[in-house]
Design a protein around this ligand. Sequence first.
Ligand code: TYM
Length: 330
Amino acid sequence: MKKVLSGIQPSGNLCISNYLGAIKNWVKLQDTHECIYLIVDLHSLTVEQKPADLRNRCYSFAAQYIACGINPEKSIIAVQSHLPQHSELMWVLSTLTYLGELNRMTQFKDKSKGKDKSINLGLFSYPVLMASDILLYQADFVPVGADQKQHLELSRDIANRFNTRYSDTFTLPEPYIPKEGARIMSLQDPSSKMSKSDTNDSNYISLLDNPDVILKKIKRSVTDSGTEITYSDKKPGLQNLINIYSSFSDISVDDIVKRYEGKMYSDLKVDLADIIIDKLKPVQDKYNILISDKSELDKIFKIGRDKAAYLSNKTLSKVYRKIGLIKSIK
Ligand code: TYM
């Protein structure tokens, strides 16, 4: 079976862009692939976190993965920091990564904008840790949103460089990006992406938002002053709503546009809110049960860690051997 690996940083509130960009495909792929889904807590340390919140979020995100349909009996669910192999491989890969490559990463540029002295080294080297997450498991596919494509290309370049220098070792991973959900935009500013760490919560819909809040956020979302429902770059707000509609309902963009011929933006907005509310209701019900039993989540993490450790140790010992590190005796 081909391997799939992906992860989400436990920062902010999991939102519909994470679901449509990544988790929806995670659920789909777990029937036909060997899947590893991570809570990448070490990545989230690149931005200052409140320790108690971070701890709670790791449980909360795992419960939301499962509530969205990730089945821990089919897929590995693991916490990155439970697996020291990630940080170990990262060191080796960092000796194969050029500063110029990391300087070109748009996410780094965005996140360090306006900061001078307070840019931490982790924010800069973050893509190397991400490459390590992926290459450690010999992943064939990485289901993510379009914003992660550049990091994926870097992972491939690093893998290629290692393979060329030391002989074939790493599988070259391919991005697996959805069509309509690849880039969901902010509800109040459709020129920037919807982000779970946004300080203004009107910009996103959290997977745990209640129906009233969802309706309010969609109704208030920014559209242009026109009336005709068309799908065009000239109407980015409406285009974003149609993308969200299409990804949640699996109805094509063309069919949605036909369905709303002669209708008003408000008709589409109310229907869209209903679709999201209906989709999230069973997720929220399941979440509420799962989150009340942290010890059960701990057990899932332990099983995930053991399976992931087996896979990652295989790669790491191969890497250490190839680069010339000696093995310590038992
Ligand atoms: P993160 O935590 O920012 O986002 C998690 C996932 O959600 C997708 N996503 C979006 N998709 C569509 N529209 C959006 N507006 C949107 N915003 C976020 C992201 O593309 C991602 O798939 N570096 C990664 C986490 C990571 C990772 C990995 C991913 C660490 N190691 C290994 C894959 C494989 C990140 O910051 O995602």
